[in-house]
Design a protein around this ligand. Structure first.
Ligand code: BES
Ligand code: ZN
Ligand code: ZN
Length: 503
C-alpha cells in the first residue's frame, strides 16, 4: 500500500473515502467535523441523534456525499469508543476496521486526518504510526496461491494521512514512516508463516535472509551442515537428522553504531515444520506447525525494519532453521546430544525440539558478548493453556530488560505477561544420564522450557518470549485475520526504537 502524508482541508480534499473517527456518546462535534457535516446536509448530526452511529469501538457507518462537491465522495465514520478510554491499540483497531469497510465498498483509497483529533493520551507521532499500522494490517490478505482472486474485493492501494495544518506535517510524516515500516514488518512475518512448509524450507529462509541483507548495513552469514558439525551444534544437527532438508544456521548482522558497542541479539525459533519427530504429533491442526518458524520470521522482519529506519545500534539476528521430521535417521527418545555450549541433553521427547535448536542459537549469541539477548519462539503448548490468545509469555533473568520489553509490548499492542523463572523448576529437568533432559514433566511447561533455555545464556541479560498462543488467530479481529498474526515483530522493533531514543 502506498502511504502518503499531505496538508489539506477535510472538506476540499478530493477523497474517495474520507475516514473520520467518532467517540462514543458524544454529541458535540469538533469544528472541522461540523464543516464536513454541512457538506453532508447535516447527516452526521442525524446519525448521532438517531443513535445510528454511537461511536462504539469499531462501529462503522458509510455515507455518500452529494456529488456536486469536489471534496470527499464518501465519508466513513468509525467508532473509537469512549474518549477517556482511547489507546493506541484502539486507534490501530479502528483503522483496521475502516480499511476493511473501505475495501468492501469497492474503493481503493482512503484519506484520514488524525483519528479522533489530537488527544492528551499519546503523542501525534505514535498516533500516526498506529493508524498506518492498523490500515496496512487490516488490509492484509494472503492470496499468493489463489489462481482466481478476482471475486474478492481489491486491496486498498493508497492511504493519505491528512495534516489539517502545516505544523502537523513533520510529526505525521515521522509517524507514518515508522508505521509503514513496522506494519510491513508484521505483514512480512504473516507472509512467511502463511507459505506452506513445502515452500518455506530452511533453504528458502536463507533466500529471504539474502533479501534482508540487501538493506544498507546488513551482512549475512550462513553456516551449513559441515560448519555446524565443526562448531558442534548438536541441538540443531540433532533436530534436523530426521529431515531431508539440510539445516541452516543463519546470522544477520546490522551495524548502525560504532564497532565497540555491544549488539542486541535476537534469536528466533525457525522450525519450518514441526511434525513432532519420532514423538509424532496428532494429525489434528498439524498443518499449523508450518508456522513454527514465526520466531525466525520475526527476527528477519525486525532486522530489515531496523535497517530501514537506520536505527543507531548494533543488532544481530540469529535463526537456527530446520524441519522436525521423523525420518529414518531421526533422533529417538533417549538419545543424548552434546550442544554447542558443551552441555549434554537427554532427549526424552523429540517434540520438544524448539529448545534444542534455540540452545545452540543462544550459545552462539553469548559468544558475541551482547548487551542483551531476546529470543522469540512458538515454544510450548503450555503457553496456550496458561495465557490463551492474547498474551505473550515472558520469562527472563533481568528485571530492567523485562520492564523494557513489557513497555514495548504495550506500545506495540503486543502485550506480554511475565511467568516466574525460579531455579527450583530446574528440578524437573534433571536427567539420570545427562546434564539435563529436554522435558520437564507435568506442570509449568512454559516455565520449564524457559528454564532449559536459561542454562545456555550464562549471565547475559536475557528475555524469552513464548508466542505459541498468540502466533495464530482462531478468529477474525479488526487488524488480525484468521491464521498467522505476525505477533512479536512490532514489539521487537518498538523495543529497539525505545533503546535508541535520544541517540
Ligand atoms: N511447536 C510446539 C509448540 C506449539 C504448540 C506451538 C502449539 C504452537 C502451537 C513445540 O515444539 C512443542 O511441540 N512443544 C511441546 C513440548 C512438550 C513435548 C514438552 C508441547 O508443548 O506440547
Ligand atoms: Zn515440537
Ligand atoms: Zn515446535
Amino acid at each position: 500500500m502506498k502511504i502518503q502524508v499531505k496538508k489539506g482541508d477535510v472538506v476540499k480534499e478530493p477523497a474517495e473515502v474520507l475516514v473520520l473517527g467518532g467517540y462514543e456518546d458524544e454529541t458535540q462535534m469538533d469544528a472541522w467535523i461540523d464543516a464536513v457535516d454541512r457538506l453532508l446536509n447535516g447527516q452526521l448530526r442525524t446519525l448521532r441523534t438517531t443513535k445510528e452511529f454511537q461511536g462504539k469501538l469499531n462501529q462503522t457507518v458509510l455515507v455518500h456525499t452529494p456529488n456536486k462537491h469536489r471534496g470527499p465522495r464518501r465519508v466513513l465514520l468509525v467508532g473509537l469508543g469512549k474518549r477517556g478510554e482511547v489507546t493506541l491499540d484502539r486507534v490501530r483497531q479502528a483503522m483496521g476496521t475502516a480499511v476493511k469497510r473501505v475495501r468492501q465498498a469497492g474503493a481503493q483509497s482512503l484519506t484520514v486526518p488524525l483519528l479522533g483529533g489530537n488527544t492528551a493520551s499519546f503523542e501525534a507521532t505514535d498516533q500516526a504510526q498506529a493508524m498506518v499500522e492498523g490500515t496496512i494490517l487490516g488490509n492484509y490478505r494472503f492470496t499468493h496461491y489463489l489462481t482466481n482472486a478476482d471475486d474478492q474485493p481489491k486491496a486498498v492501494q493508497v492511504m493519505t494521512l491528512l495534516a489539517t495544518d502545516a505544523s502537523q506535517l513533520p510529526t505525521l510524516k515521522r509517524g507514518a514512516l515508522r508505521g509503514e515500516i513496522s506494519g510491513e514488518a508484521t505483514a512480512y512475518v504473516r507472509d512467511l508463516c502463511n507459505h506452506p512448509a513445502n515452500v518455506m524450507t530452511p533453504a528458502r529462509i536463507v533466500e529471504e535472509a539474502k533479501l534482508v541483507a540487501k538493506e544498507k548495513g546488513v551482512r549475512l552469514t550462513v553456516l551449513d551442515r559441515k560448519q555446524q558439525e565443526k562448531l558442534g551444534m548438536g541441538g540443531l544437527l540433532g533436530v534436523s537428522r530426521g529431515s531431508a532438508e539440510p539445516a541452516k544456521f543463519i546470522v544477520l548482522t546490522y551495524s548502525g553504531a560504532a564497532k565497540r558497542e555491544p549488539p542486541v541479539v535476537l534469536v528466533g525459533k525457525t522450525v519450518t515444520f514441526d511434525s513432532g519427530g519420532i514423538s509424532l504429533k496428532p494429525a489434528e491442526n498439524m498443518e499449523q506447525m508450518k508456522a513454527d518458524m514465526t520466531g525466525g520470521a520475526e527476527v528477519l522482519a525486525t532486522v530489515r525494519a531496523a535497517a530501514r529506519l537506520r536505527l543507531p545500534l548494533n543488532l544481530v539476528g540469529i535463526l537456527p532453521a530446520t524441519e522436525n521430521m521423523p525420518g529414518g535417521r531421526a533422533i529417538k527418545p533417549g538419545d543424548i546430544l552434546r550442544m554447542l555450549s558443551g552441555k549434554t541433553v537427554e532427549v526424552q521427547n523429540t517434540d520438544a525440539e524448539g529448545r534444542l535448536v534455540l540452545a545452540d542459537g543462544l550459545a552462539y549469541a553469548v559468544r558475541l558478548k551482547p548487551a542483551c539477548i531476546l529470543d522469540v519462539a512458538t515454544l510450548t503448548g503450555a503457553c496456550m493453556v496458561a495465557l490463551g490468545q492474547f498474551a505473550i509469555g515472558m520469562l527472563g533473568n533481568d528485571d530492567s530488560l523485562k520492564a523494557q520489553v513489557k513497555a514495548a509490548g504495550e506500545q506495540a499492542g503486543e502485550r506480554v505477561w511475565e511467568m516466574p523463572l525460579w531455579e527450583e523448576y530446574f528440578e524437573q529437568l534433571k536427567s539420570d544420564v545427562a546434564d539435563m533432559r529436554n522435558i520437564g514433566g507435568r506442570g509449568g511447561g512454559m516455565i520449564t522450557a524457559a528454564m532449559f533455555l536459561s542454562k545456555f545464556v550464562e549471565n547475559v541479560p536475557w528475555v524469552h518470549l513464548d508466542i505459541a498462543s498468540t502466533d495464530w488467530s482462531q478468529s477474525e479481529r479488526p487488524y488480525v485475520g484468521k491464521g498467522p498474526t505476525g505477533i512479536g515483530a512490532r514489539l521487537l522493533l518498538q523495543f529497539l526504537l525505545n533503546r535508541t531514543q535520544g541517540k
